[in-house]
Design a protein around this ligand. Structure first.
Ligand SMILES: [Ca+2]
Length: 68
C-alpha cells in the first residue's frame, strides 16, 4: 500500500469520527451521560443559551450539580 493511500484512510477515519461526535451532540444529553460535573459544565456552556439539554434545571448557571 502506498503512503498516500494510508493518509487518505486516516483522513477518512478522522472525518467519520468527527461526524459521529457531532451527531451524538445533536441528541439530547442528560447528566448521567457525563462522568463529571466539569464535563457536563463544559458541554452546557458549549450548547449555548436556553439550556437545550436541560442540564441546569434550577437555572443557576451550574449544570448537573449532582455530579461529583
Ligand atoms: Ca443548576
Amino acid at each position: 500500500m502506498r503512503k498516500t493511500d494510508m493518509r487518505g484512510i486516516i483522513l477518512l477515519a478522522t472525518l467519520v469520527a468527527t461526524a459521529g461526535g457531532a451527531s451524538a451532540q445533536g441528541g439530547d444529553m442528560d447528566c448521567s451521560d457525563f462522568s463529571s460535573q466539569a464535563e457536563a459544565q463544559a458541554f452546557f456552556e458549549r450548547a449555548g443559551p436556553g439550556d437545550p439539554h436541560r442540564l441546569d434545571r434550577d437555572k443557576d448557571g451550574i449544570a448537573c450539580e449532582t455530579l461529583g
